[in-house]
Design a protein around this ligand. Structure first.
Ligand code: UD1
Length: 413
């Protein structure tokens, strides 16, 4: 890619990766055919589809209509193999539904993004409180629970994954489960809403405490995936970093309140539109401090993009990462473009430089890749982002959309 173009135009965001994968897993909870709409055309959806097929489901993915149709049989297999789980950590989200449906589950311990330790202790603790027996054997998490019962669960930290596992197990458990300190991300709300449409009884959706009364069975539904706030936020940063003007369609600015507020502080003019928002930037951005926190705090998945922005902003910014310690690894790559970033544990000090200069860089995960592409958009000369397959996992049609907005970018290989 060659930096220097102002990005101008319109982009439309589809459903959130971090929601649709879990919605696909939630489909396991009901026999029959569940249809999901606004499904992004990304590799992780294919991996999840393959995982569901191996569990015995029929899965059809219509990329033109952006739908996935999952037909779930009466009897499911209960094993998620390492060859798929290692390609996508989110595979772990079949843990709760399979335990609820089959009474037992073997899931390979996940790999996925290289962004920190990412434990499973809260998932396991929640399931044990509901009566499951969990062990780790030969690289597999083996859980069994002939009967799951309601329980009182308290999460040490509002983990997205642990909240989803426990909710999906609790909807078919006997009795009432109360989960405190749950994650409140829009994707969690989306899953809870789909479960309610399926017949689940969940109170407190969108708050820190969920009360779930188990039911005997759920019904399949058609559900529209919530829009991807991280993709929308990435486009917002793209407008600001390039001094451009981008209208982001099918986006919910409410889901990006802090991030958009930071961009306003950086100098952007942001307005809401019928189905999204518009970001206009006409000056050099000012540095903005950020602190990542669980929702509604600033999302860790936008942290690399904001480091890229700060790297060419006026002034210095302090960035604090509270979720994934290894996420700062990408600043070494950003430094290859001439960024001035010093890290110390959870903190990064970003001193804005007047210009970045294009270079080959390596993307280590989805969001780091997005951050490097954003930096490449403003770096003088040619930037080559290696490992761009990571980016494809989170951004459907990224290169095409960048091109349509006026960027000079080519996909290779
Ligand atoms: C999800 C998102 C990811 C996002 C993250 C935080 C998906 C597929 N991924 O990841 O893009 O960055 O939420 O918004 O939806 N932890 C434990 N023990 C546990 C569970 C988590 O220690 O049992 C720790 C993790 O190591 C991490 C932190 O809690 O440091 C956050 O994890 P969590 O919120 O669960 O994120 P994920 O579901 O993995």
């Amino acid at each position: 890619m060659t930096g220097g173009s102002r990005l101008v135009g319109e982009v439309r965001v589809t459903g959130a990766k971090n929601s649709v994968l879990k919605l696909m897993a939630a489909a396991l909870l009901a026999r029959g055919t569940t249809t999901l709409t606004e499904v992004p055309d990304i590799l992780d959806v294919e991996i999840m589809a393959e995982l569901l097929r191996r569990l015995g489901c029929e899965v059809g993915h219509d990329k033109i209509e952006a739908t996935v149709e999952i037909t779930v049989p009466e009897t499911l297999e209960h094993r998620a193999d390492y060859d798929l789980v290692r390609r996508m950590r989110a595979s772990i989200c079949v843990l709760g539904p399979l335990l609820a449906r089959c009474g037992q589950v073997d899931v390979a311990l996940p790999g996925g993004d290289n962004i920190g330790s990412r434990g499973l202790d809260m998932h396991i603790d929640g399931l044990e409180r509901m009566g499951a027996t969990v062990s780790n054997e030969h690289g597999y998490l083996i859980a069994s629970a002939p009967v799951l019962h309601g329980a009182s669960v308290w999460l040490d930290f509002p983990s997205v994954g642990a909240t989803e596992t426990i909710v999906m197990a609790a909807v078919l458990a006997e009795g009432v489960t109360i989960i405190d300190n749950v994650a409140r991300e829009p994707e969690i709300v989306d899953i809870c809403q789909m479960l309610v449409e399926m017949g689940a009884r969940i109170e407190g959706i969108g708050t820190s405490t969920l009360t779930i009364t188990g039911v005997n069975a759920l019904q399949p539904v058609t559900h529209r995936t919530v829009s991807d706030r991280i993709v929308a936020g990435t486009w917002a940063v793209a407008a600001v970093i390039t001094g451009g003007d981008i209208t982001v369609r099918n986006a919910n600015p409410e889901h990006l309140r802090i991030a958009l507020d930071k961009l306003t502080t950086a100098g952007a003019e942001i307005s809401t539109t019928d189905d999204g928002f518009r970001v206009i930037m006409s000056e050099r951005p000012k540095s903005v401090d950020i602190v990542t926190l669980p929702y509604p705090g600033f999302p860790t998945d936008l942290q690399p993009q904001f480091i890229a922005l700060n790297s060419i902003a006026e002034g210095a910014a302090l960035v604090t990462e509270n979720l994934f310690e290894a996420r700062f690894r990408f600043v070494q790559e950003l430094a290859r473009l001439g960024a001035d970033v010093r890290t110390d544990g959870h903190h990064a000090l970003v001193r804005g430089v007047d210009r970045l200069s294009g270079a080959p860089v390596e993307s280590t995960d989805i969001r780091a890749g997005a951050g490097l592409v954003l930096a490449g958009l403003v770096a003088e000369g040619v930037t080559t982002v290696y490992g761009a397959s990571h980016i494809d996992r989170g951004y459907a049609g990224f290169v095409e959309q960048l091109t349509a907005l006026g960027a000079s970018v080519q996909a290779q290989g």
